[in-house]
Structures are given as structure tokens and as C-alpha cells.
Write a new protein. Sequence first.
Length: 259
Amino acid sequence: MLRIVTYMVIGLLLLPMAVVLGTSFTAASFVSFPPQGFTLRWYAVALAKQEFVDSFVYSLVIAAITGVIATALGGLVAVVLVRFRFTGREALDAFFMSPLVLPTIVIGIGILQFFSQLGFKATSTVLIAGHVIITTPYAIRLIGASLTGVDPVLERAARNLGAAPLRAFAEITLPLIRPGVVAGAIFAFITSFDNVTISIFLATPRQVTLPVRIFNLWDQPLEPWLIAISAMVILFTVALIALIERTIGLSGLYGQPAK
């Protein structure tokens, strides 16, 4: 019964994406499901729209930079939270996890007002800062999960043999938590790439991320080429998630057991 319920929930989650993917192949000149015929014409039309291609590239750049920064920051915070016990540790953990609790639209408005008060205009740097805020918690949790499964005795043994603290961490601990680091970076990348609520407040008029450009067409008639763009975003995101499972697997997130 539990397996049946699980499959039903998964099916409900995947059904909207399946409808979008199926609709993107329709041969009709209007959005229809089930699709009327089969064609890739709408994908060609979508790829011919230069503004969407530019937004896709811009989203990739923003997500890549965000992923690197969020992973580095999340790794440092994860080490502090997992390896050390100090007064205020729970408060620090709650502080970094708060973006997962607060509505992203509230975070977006708050960041916009904060930088406006400081005199900063909407730039790519401000957009990246907003994305780092909402993606760092994922990196902290995934890297922290891997770090929990690594025995600190291994690192201490390396230090007793003469290795400096940084070298011991880089050569002993870091390879063992690599699955969590990779997963944190990819999840940060995906979260940044797909974000709308933060980007819509912080994006510049000339440089717009792909999700925001799609969202800006909400009041326009729905065209098959727009469905094709949405389908490509879904396939791109699913491919990245599949890459995590293919390369490290879910079990890899918890590090390697010490022997």
C-alpha cells in the first residue's frame, strides 16, 4: 500500500511536466493536449528567438556563479556547524536556514529595498547576491550530511603525521565529502536557474533571466513555441538531477564510512 501511494504521489508530481512535454510536440498552430500530430517545429521556432537564447545564456552564467559561491560558503558553514560545538550554534543554523522558511517574494522585496537604501542599482551582482542567499541553505544541508558521515579521526591522524590543518582537510576530508559538495553545487545551480520570485525583483531591464522572461508573458496568448521553451527548461533541469543520481547516487550524499 505504501508503494502504491508513493507511486501515485510521484505520478501527480510528474503529470504536469508530462503534459507540457507532450503539448510541445503538437503539430497544431495552437496549444492542444493530447497533441495533434508530432513535430519539432516549435522547438526550432523557440531557438530562433534570440532574446530567449540570450536569457538562457544569462541564466546559465548567473546560476554557475551562484553555484560556486553558494557551495564555497555552504561548505564553510557546514564545517563550522558539524565539527564545532559553541554557544549560539543553533541560532547560527537557524539564521542560515531561514531562507527555506521565509517566502522568497518577501526575501526578494527585502533584498531590493536593502540595496536601494545603500544606493546600489539593479545589477547582475545584486541578482547573484539574492540567489546566493536562497541557495546556500541547500549547500549547507547536503555538504553537512556528507560531513557527518566522515570520521574526524582520519583528519586528526593526518595532522598528527605533520600535515597542516588546511592540507589535512583538502587531502583527507574533502575527497570523502565530494558527493555532497557536487550535489550541493548542482542543487544550488538548479535553484538559481529556475528562480523567478527573486529574479523578478533584482533582474536588470536589459539582462533578464529565462524564467523571468517566460513569466513576463503570462498575460499573452499561449503559443506552442512558448510551451517548447518550457519543455526545454524541464528537460534541462531533469538532466542535471539525473546527473547527480548517475554520478554519485543518493547514498553518496552521506560520505564514506570510516574503516
